[in-house]
Design a protein around this ligand. Structure first.
Ligand SMILES: NC(=O)c1ccc[n+]([C@@H]2O[C@H](COP(=O)([O-])OP(=O)(O)OC[C@H]3O[C@@H](n4cnc5c(N)ncnc54)[C@H](OP(=O)(O)O)[C@@H]3O)[C@@H](O)[C@H]2O)c1
Length: 273
């Protein structure tokens, strides 16, 4: 019988990461679920806890070192930690966008740089980047969030080609709407008397609904992702959760003009004043 896979999941204190850590552990993996602050391990959780802030190079190095020291290897690195931001692009301060990129993009880059030497030397393993449907479509009033996920997509495509020869796989998971706290915890920007106020309001009404009851529960999405990661699939991109497959299909097949008109209509955005 082969050894159980060793997995490190970033952002496993709640939401998708927490449920993915549970789903992987329930399938026999040795799982390290990471979060920024210490959490007491309990017999109720089937995975080990790891303190890890993906914004900090030192924290990343220490966390990866701990897993390798304890287990001797890492088979699955899941870059899940992420934050969200909304607001009219004209009004979002650049430092706020930089903070978002520090977590959503550079956080994954730091983790990969720390873990890749061990994966490469072993000649196996997988790097799983949790992107988003917004990694392929520019969601209005979430320009920087989409940009951070677009960046992760391009990075992952390039990386896949660089590391395939060493036996290391790179995968992208592209969730649609998952019912977690990411939306309510977002950084939100809107200036007083913003000329975007009405359009932003209409957008928020739709988005609140999409991220509420309409969204797919994280435990369902986590099960789907665990099946993808531990099954026999060999693909690169995997849309999961509500809306993702349809949106990505439409983005690929429709001409820009029609696609953008549909998005504008969906979010109640006027294309001309
Ligand atoms: N929910 C959706 O609809 C959706 C859709 C598409 C893609 N995604 C992606 O799925 C991933 C998980 O999102 P979620 O919806 O599960 O969000 P969530 O419920 O807000 O959970 C985010 C997780 O990321 C962690 N985190 C945030 N900043 C961190 C940092 N600097 N270092 C380490 N951990 C950090 C949080 O841990 P702390 O306890 O330390 O804050 C938390 O565990 C994200 O990459 C997100 O972009 C989500």
């Amino acid at each position: 019988m082969s050894d159980p896979a060793v997995a490190l999941v970033t952002g496993a204190t709640r939401g998708l990461g927490l449920h993915l850590a549970r789903a992987l552990a329930s399938r026999g993996c040795i799982v390290y679920g990471a979060g920024r602050w210490p959490v007491q391990e309990t017999a109720l959780e089937p995975f080990r806890r790891l303190v890890l802030d993906v914004d900090s190079e030192r924290s990343v190095q220490e966390a990866v070192h701990k897993v390798l020291a304890e287990e001797g290897r890492l088979d699955l690195l899941v870059n899940n930690a992420g934050i969200s931001l909304a607001g009219p692009t004209e009004e979002v301060p650049v430092p706020a966008a930089e903070r978002l990129f520090q977590t959503n993009y550079f956080g994954a880059v730091r983790m990969i740089q720390a873990a890749l030497p061990a994966l490469r030397r072993r000649g196996s393993g997988a790097i799983v980047n949790i992107s988003s449907a917004a990694g392929k479509i520019g969601v209005p009033f979430q320009a920087h969030y989409a940009a951070s996920k677009f960046a992760l997509e391009g990075f992952s495509e390039a990386l896949r080609l660089e590391v395939a020869a060493f036996g290391v796989r790179v995968l992208l998971i592209e969730p649609g709407d998952v019912r977690t706290e990411i939306w309510e915890r977002r950084a939100h920007y809107e200036k007083e008397r913003s000329p975007y106020h009405e359009a932003l309001d209409r957008f928020l009404t739709v988005k609140d609904r999409e991220m509420g009851d309409a969204a797919t529960p994280p435990e369902v999405v986590a099960e789907e992702i665990a099946e993808i990661l531990l099954g026999a699939k060999t693909g690169f991109r995997y849309p999961v959760a509500r809306g993702s497959r349809l949106i990505l299909w439409a983005r690929k097949l429709l001409p820009d003009r029609i696609y953008l008109w549909l998005v504008a209509r969906h979010y109640g955005i006027k294309l001309r004043a």
